[in-house]
Design a protein. Structure first.
Length: 333
């Protein structure tokens, strides 16, 4: 028995709400631990790739927080939050564009840096510096900010929908923003440079590279490669669906078509949001060394600090232990 239009809309709304809550919880936990690990170990400090991954995690958290409150508003008020305020309609479009482009830029820069830092050519390795990383991130933020301005200007409310209706802006979105800027360009850059970096790491054993640096390069390259694979798989359906919406301009009066597009959009949006939440779990799955680092940070550093904070009123004096900290071990760092 075919589903009615109301049933399709109901399924779409329920799926969006449930998936948003689950993905938001996964993102909070995963991205927070990523930031904690990358800021806790000396091996990751002043490391360009770690810096890019920290910025990506922050951008992902910011973006998913916006999406979560959008779905929460729909769940509690049964309408789009953007349709209730023109200011919020414009602001949320701008903020989502900024966080999306900053996250994409960070992972692109990360793959390029891994290729440069693992290259056998000294000139390329010299280009991989923390100073350049800060400059590139600043440029990426300014570029994302400039890109967000037209979205804020042309976002409007018609009926109960908050989106871009201007024909010229719609043409730009469908012909450049989704297919190139947030689609083909980051996919091509991340895919190409992650594979090149992986090839460099396979050959790094032949060169005279300190074992600590070699292990770090192998770890980061494997983590970045699996991150890029997930980026491609989870982003392409969403980008394709958004292009279809802007190109075909589905009329809301065609309820059946509009309901189907809405349902497909719910699935592809959840995939795209999952892409922002899954990095930590991919890193844990692919890198045994990262699993040890996470275990050390959570069990030794975080829990120890928590105990000290909880028991700071205790005047008991414990003898000092001269055990060598695990962080200094090359197996963790």
């Amino acid at each position: 028995m075919p589903l009615t239009v109301n049933e399709i809309f109901s399924i779409s709304q329920k799926y969006s709400s449930i998936s948003a809550i689950i993905i938001f919880i996964l993102a909070i936990i995963g991205n927070a631990i990523n930031i904690l690990v990358f800021t806790s170990f000396r091996a990751f400090r002043n490391n360009q790739c770690a810096l890019y991954l920290i910025v990506e995690a922050l951008a992902n958290l910011f973006q998913l927080t916006i999406y979560f409150f959008i779905y929460l508003f729909v769940l509690t008020h049964s309408q789009d939050s953007g349709a209730s305020s023109i200011i919020w309609c414009k602001l949320r479009a701008s903020l989502i564009i900024i966080s999306t482009l900053v996250a994409f830029s960070s992972i692109c820069f990360c793959t390029i840096d891994q290729y440069l830092s693992t290259s056998h050519r000294y000139f390329f390795r010299q280009l991989s510096t923390i100073k350049l990383a800060y400059i590139l991130l600043a440029i990426a933020f300014v570029f994302a900010l400039l890109q967000s301005i037209p979205f804020a200007v042309f976002s409007d409310i018609q009926g109960s929908v908050c989106t871009v209706f201007n024909p010229s802006m719609t043409a730009y979105i469908s012909s450049f923003y989704y297919p190139v800027l947030s689609g083909l360009l980051p996919v091509m850059i991340t895919s190409m440079f992650s594979l090149l970096a992986y090839r460099n790491v396979r050959q790094i054993v032949r060169r005279q590279v300190p074992i600590v640096r070699r292990r770090l390069d192998q770890q980061l390259t494997a983590m970045v490669l699996v991150r890029v694979i997930a980026l491609v798989i989870l982003s392409v359906p969403y980008i394709s669906q958004r292009m279809f919406v802007f190109i075909t301009k589905v009329n809301p009066t065609n309820l059946v078509m509009y309901a189907i597009v809405s349902l497909v959009g719910s699935f592809t949006t959840s995939f795209f949001n999952l892409n922002c939440a899954i990095s930590f779990y991919l890193f844990v799955a692919v890198s045994r060394r990262f699993r040890r680092q996470v275990k050390y940070v959570l069990s030794k550093k975080f829990c120890l600090q928590w105990r000290r904070w909880c028991c700071r009123g205790d005047n008991q004096v414990n003898p000092m232990r001269n055990a060598r900290p695990m962080e200094s071990s090359g197996d963790v760092e």
